[in-house]
Every structure is written in structure tokens, then in C-alpha cells.
Design a protein around this ligand. Structure first.
Ligand code: ADP
Ligand code: MG
Length: 256
């Protein structure tokens, strides 16, 4: 059975896509069979995996509105050795169209069930909003990974996300839980980063992943080459951190 995780945080620019793409590549490197689901109409995860979002015959949009299925729409990322359910701007339309459809919150879950046997892990890159698309991600998942920057405003908005997850858990998806908070874009030279990081550990204990992702320019450069940072420069600190995070995730799941 595939383990399904959302990478979610309703703030933009906090490292969701970088985390989803590099965790997919990191897990693939460890021999896991991975599907990366791009649930953001910006299509950044699609492009970051080396797939041209402008040339898609079928995408997650067609899957969600019932015009295609995952097996037809998925692509292989040659630069990351995992599969991708790709997205582009068309997906923004699904938000409105799904309102009229049956089981509108569970359309992704139902679609993914058909390819469940093909993967060990499914990673869903959520858009920066608590929208119908994100709700579909949360309904499909067993757990949520929350990337956070260790800055003054990091905790602001976290309670909205946590409340949404609690509601989905209570009403729609009893399997859902928070797997952990991932510290990203970390700069150890900044006292504030250290302080916020320590506060997170104090408040959330085990829910904070041990692995810390450093700020690393190679991770930011990789998408313009259509490659995950993990493949683009495997020896970089950022790539190594994401491979370590992949190993931490695989280990955490074993104890379920
Ligand atoms: P989100 O998906 O939450 O909007 P992104 O993953 O797209 O966030 O990241 C926002 C920006 O920060 C991107 O330009 C990305 O390349 C950059 N970035 C993300 N993580 C890192 C990191 N660890 N080091 C350096 N740059 C990063
Ligand atoms: Mg993103």
C-alpha cells in the first residue's frame, strides 16, 4: 500500500515545492517507488521535475474532473527517477468545476486508488491556499509534512493550517495526521533562526523532524535546469539534507 503525504503550508514561498520535488528524488535515490503529484496550478513541481507544463496532453486537471485517469496522465521524470502527475494553469479551473461534481473533496483520493500498487510513496505538492485543491490533497493523504522557515512570522498561520487538518481528520479523513514540521532555508549564522528553531522543538517536540534543510543556492538553481537539486548537484549541502530527510521519512514510516 502506498503511503501518501501532502506537503502543505498556506503561505507561499516557504519551500513546499522544493521539499516535494527533492523528497521525491531523495526517496527514489533510496530505491523507493515514488509518485509526485503537482496540485498547484503554477506547475512548479512539474517543471522542477523536468516536465514541460506547456506540452501536456493530460494533466491532473483532466483527472480531477473525470476526463482522464492517473495511469494515462502520469509522466516519468528522467532527471529524478520518479513519476509525476503534472499540472499547469488549467488546474485553476478545476477548483470551480469540482464544486458541481460528486464527492468533490475526494476526487484525488479516488483517482490515486487506481495506481496504489505502483508506488511506495505518493507526495502531493499543495498550492499556497486552504482551497478545494488543498482539501483534495488532505483527503487523499495519510499525513502532512509542513515546511517552515525559522523566522519571526513562521508560527503565524500555522494554527489555521492545524485547525484545517483537525477538521479534515474529524469529518472527512480519519487517517490524516501531521507527520512533522520541517525546518527549511535554515541559516545557522542567524541568531533568530536558532531561537525560532529551539522554540519549535520546545512546542512541538517529536513532531519536528531531526533533519534541517539549509539555505543552499544549488537548490534554488536546480529548477531552471528542470532538475531536482538532489540530482543537479548531489554533493551540495542542500541535496544531502534532502536525501537525509528522505531516509528519516522512510524510517519514521516503518514504526507506524
Ligand atoms: P513554495 O512552493 O512554498 O511556494 P518554493 O519551494 O517554490 O516554495 O520556494 C520558494 C523559493 O525559495 C524558490 O525560489 C526556491 O528555489 C527557494 N528555496 C526553497 N528552498 C530553498 C533552500 N533550502 N535554499 C535556497 N533556496 C530555497
Ligand atoms: Mg510551490
Amino acid at each position: 500500500m502506498a503511503r501518501i503525504f501532502c506537503v502543505a503550508n498556506q503561505k507561499g514561498g516557504v519551500g513546499k515545492t522544493t521539499t516535494a520535488v527533492n523528497l521525491a528524488a531523495g526517496m527514489a535515490k533510496l530505491g523507493q517507488r515514488v509518485l509526485l503529484v503537482d496540485l498547484d496550478p503554477q506547475g512548479n513541481a512539474t517543471m522542477g521535475a523536468g516536465i514541460n507544463k506547456a506540452e501536456l496532453e493530460n494533466s491532473i486537471y483532466e483527472v480531477l474532473v473525470g476526463l482522464s485517469n492517473v495511469a494515462t496522465a502520469r509522466k516519468n521524470s528522467e532527471t529524478g527517477r520518479f513519476d509525476v502527475l503534472p499540472a499547469n494553469r488549467e488546474l485553476a479551473g478545476a477548483e470551480v468545476e469540482m464544486v458541481e461534481l460528486e464527492q468533490r473533496e475526494k476526487r484525488l483520493k479516488i483517482a490515486l486508488a487506481e495506481v496504489d500498487a505502483d508506488y511506495d510513496f505518493v507526495l502531493i505538492d499543495c498550492p499556497p491556499a486552504l482551497s478545494m485543491l488543498t482539501l483534495n490533497g488532505l483527503c487523499a493523504a495519510h499525513g502532512v509534512i509542513i515546511p517552515m522557515q525559522c523566522e519571526y512570522y513562521a508560527l503565524e498561520g500555522l494554527s489555521d493550517l492545524v485547525n484545517t487538518i483537525k477538521k479534515v481528520h474529524a469529518k472527512l479523513n480519519p487517517d490524516l495526521r501531521i507527520i512533522g514540521l520541517l525546518r527549511v532555508m535554515f541559516d545557522p549564522r542567524m541568531t533568530l533562526s536558532q531561537q525560532v528553531s529551539a522554540q519549535l522543538e520546545q512546542h512541538f517536540g517529536d513532531k519536528v523532524f531531526k533533519t534541517i534543510i539549509p539555505r543552499n543556492v544549488r537548490l534554488a538553481e536546480a529548477p531552471s535546469y528542470g532538475m531536482p537539486g538532489v540530482s543537479f548537484d548531489p554533493s551540495s549541502k542542500g541535496a544531502q539534507a534532502y536525501v537525509a530527510f528522505g531516509a528519516e521519512m522512510v524510517e519514521r514510516i516503518k514504526s507506524w
